[in-house]
Design a protein. Structure first.
Length: 111
């Protein structure tokens, strides 16, 4: 099943036409056959940098699919982070991390 929504490859390629100096760093991500939410966030940081004001506002509009959530929870396990530390790395609420763990990890243990 294909993801419905914007074609991020086309959008970012159009942006990079105006910023050719950043194209080299972004091409490995853009060449992927399927881009995850994490890839899109990474591209955004590579192209536009980090702006605290806009980052805080953009965080409100992010949504994560199950594969992205599992990637984030796996990152926590690999790096031995607490929920609070993980939340800071990915700019999430620690309550969101706890909810994801309750849904995806504890539910898997019951199965």
């Amino acid at each position: 099943m294909q993801r419905k929504g914007p074609n991020y490859k086309v959008i970012y390629m159009d942006i990079l036409e105006k910023l050719p100096q950043k194209k080299k760093n972004c091409m490995p991500i853009l060449n992927k056959s399927i881009m995850s939410t994490m890839d899109i966030i990474k591209l955004n940081k590579l192209i536009f940098g980090i702006n605290r004001e806009s980052e805080k506002e953009n965080q409100k509009h992010r949504s994560y699919v199950e594969t992205d959530i599992l990637h984030i929870l796996d990152y926590q396990t690999k790096h031995k982070l607490t929920n609070t530390s993980l939340a800071q790395v990915f700019k999430l609420s620690r309550n969101t991390v706890a909810k994801w763990k309750r849904i995806y990890i504890h539910q898997a243990k019951k199965s």
